[in-house]
Design a protein around this ligand. Structure first.
Ligand SMILES: Nc1ncnc2c1ncn2[C@@H]1O[C@H](COP(=O)(O)OP(=O)(O)OP(=O)(O)O)[C@@H](O)[C@H]1O
Length: 407
C-alpha cells in the first residue's frame, strides 16, 4: 500500500464509498473509480484503461504546508484550493520535462494532479514513457497520489471551431455568412478579414480551445478532485497569440454577432416563415458566442493571480534568454502573473573541465549574467536546473529531476 497525503477538502469530495472519478470523453465508459473507506481513511484507485486494469491503494495523511514564510516549492504546494501552473518558453528548452516533473512532485506531495499538454507536438507520452494519447484523461502509473495526463488533440479543437463557424457541408466565409442570414453583407464585410478567420483559424486558437476544454472538464463534479493543474504549453509564439486571441475574436466574431442581431430584429416579421433556417442560424450564432465567452474565460484564468502562475522555462543561451525576456514583457502587458524563471540544462560543477566543457561553462555563465541584467527577468525567482547525463524519461527519472528543480 502506497502512502499518500490528501487535501482535507478533497477527502470530503470523495466521502461516498465509491465515486466515479472520470469517464472517457469519447465512449463515456467509466475508466477510473476512486473508493474511500472512511474508517481506515484509505482510498483505492481503480483505473481501467482499455483492457488494462490497475489497482492501487493509498492512505490519507493530513496535508500540506502552512502558508506563512514560505518560498520555493513550499509556496507552490501550499493550500487546498485549485492552482494552475502554465509552463512555457522557447521550443526544446525542457518545458515538457519541467512540467511533467512538477506534476509528479505535486502528486507525490499529496495533490491529485492533472498534467495537460496543449502543445500540438505532444511529448507527455514520451516524457512519462507511457501511452497517454487519445485526448482523454489517462492515469499515470507511478506517483503516490492520483496523477492523470491529458493530451488535447489540436486538430479536433480546430475542427470544432470550423464546424461552429461553417454551415454544415459549406466552406468559407460566404457560406458561413449566408448561414448566419448575412449573405447580402459578404462584400461589405471584406475589410474585417473574416475570410481569414473562418477559413484559417488564427494561430493560438487550438491551444486556447484546449485550455477552455480543460476548464470545462474541471467545472464538473467528477473532475473536481484535482487541486493542481499543470499545463505544458506550446512554444512562445503560440502562447503570445493565445493571449491576444480574445481581443481578436471580439473584433471579428463580436462584429458578426452584432450585425446579425441588427438584421434579425429588423426582419423579425418574417422570422416565423423561416423558422427552420432561423434555428440553424441561431445555433451557429450561439456556438460563436459560446466560443467567444470561453476565450474570455481562458484569458481571465491566465490573469488570475490567486490561482494561476506562468512559469517561464529557458536555457542558459543568449537566444533563449532574449526570447524569454520578450515573453515576460508580453505576459506583463497582458497582466499574466509570472514569479519564477527556470534556467534548465546548466552544466553541473566539475573540478576537471575538458576544453569543450570549459568553453560551454563560460558561455553559460555569460548567459546567466544576461539574466541578472535583464529588466524583464532579473526580478524573477531564478530556479537552476542542471544538465543531467541521461535522458529524463519515466516517473522515477521525473521524480529525480523534480526533486532537484522544484525545491
Ligand atoms: N535538465 C536536463 N538535462 C538533460 N536533458 C534534458 C534536461 N531537460 C530536458 N532535457 C532533454 O531535452 C529534450 C527536450 O526536452 P523537452 O521535450 O522537455 O523540451 P520542450 O521544451 O518541451 O520541447 P518542445 O518545445 O519541442 O515541446 C528531451 O530529450 C529531454 O529529455
Amino acid at each position: 500500500m502506497a502512502s499518500c497525503s490528501l487535501i482535507p477538502s478533497t477527502s470530503s469530495l470523495v466521502s461516498s464509498s465509491l465515486c466515479k472519478l472520470f469517464t472517457s470523453r469519447n465512449s463515456m465508459a467509466t475508466v477510473g473509480l476512486l473508493s474511500f473507506a472512511p474508517k481506515t481513511s484509505s482510498f483505492t484507485l481503480l483505473s481501467i484503461k482499455q483492457r488494462d486494469y490497475h489497482k492501487s491503494s493509498f492512505r490519507v495523511r493530513s496535508v500540506a504546508a502552512t502558508v506563512e514564510d514560505i518560498t520555493g516549492f513550499d509556496d507552490m504546494v501550499a493550500g487546498t484550493q485549485r492552482k494552475y501552473y502554465m509552463l512555457g518558453g522557447k521550443g526544446g528548452v525542457g518545458k515538457t520535462s519541467c512540467a511533467a516533473s512538477l506534476a509528479v512532485k505535486f502528486a507525490n506531495s499529496g495533490h491529485p494532479t492533472l498534467v495537460v499538454s496543449t502543445d500540438p507536438a505532444h511529448s507527455l507520452s514520451d516524457s512519462f514513457a507511457q501511452d497517454l494519447t487519445g485526448g482523454t484523461l489517462v492515469p499515470v502509473e507511478g506517483p503516490e497520489c492520483p496523477l492523470f495526463a491529458l493530451e488535447i488533440n489540436p486538430d479536433k479543437a480546430r475542427e470544432e471551431f470550423r464546424s461552429a463557424t461553417q454551415k454544415s457541408g459549406g466552406t468559407g466565409v460566404k457560406d458561413f455568412m449566408e448561414g448566419m442570414g448575412l449573405g447580402m453583407l459578404v462584400e461589405q464585410l471584406g475589410e474585417l478579414k473574416l475570410g481569414e478567420l473562418l477559413d484559417t483559424p488564427p494561430p493560438g486558437l487550438d491551444e486556447a480551445m484546449a485550455i477552455a476544454k480543460v476548464m470545462q472538464f474541471l467545472e464538473s463534479q467528477e473532475y473536481s478532485m484535482f487541486t493542481r493543474i499543470v499545463f505544458d504549453t506550446a512554444p512562445t509564439g503560440h502562447t503570445l497569440r493565445l493571449l491576444s486571441l480574445p481581443d481578436f475574436l471580439d473584433a471579428s466574431i463580436g462584429k458578426i454577432l452584432k450585425l446579425r442581431q441588427k438584421i434579425t430584429s429588423a426582419t423579425s416579421a418574417i422570422k416565423s416563415i423561416f423558422r427552420q433556417e432561423q434555428t440553424s442560424q441561431q445555433d451557429a450564432a450561439d456556438k460563436l458566442e459560446q466560443l467567444r465567452e470561453r476565450m474570455i474565460k481562458v484569458r481571465e484564468l491566465f490573469r488570475d493571480t490567486d490561482s494561476t502562475e506562468f512559469v517561464i522555462v529557458t536555457i542558459p543561451a543568449v537566444m533563449a534568454i532574449n526570447e524569454s525576456s520578450r515573453l515576460r514583457a508580453s505576459l506583463k502587458k497582458e497582466h499574466v502573473p509570472v514569479k519564477r524563471l527556470v534556467v534548465n540544462q546548466i552544466l553541473p560543477p566539475s573540478a576537471t573541465d575538458c576544453k569543450f566543457c570549459a568553453m560551454k561553462r563560460k558561455d553559460q555563465s555569460r548567459a546567466l549574467d544576461l539574466i541578472q541584467n535583464d529588466p524583464e527577468l532579473s526580478n524573477l525567482t531564478l530556479i537552476q536546473g542542471p544538465l543531467v547525463d541521461v535522458e529524463i524519461r519515466g516517473v522515477p527519472a521525473l521524480k529525480f529531476l523534480g526533486d532537484i528543480i522544484w525545491k
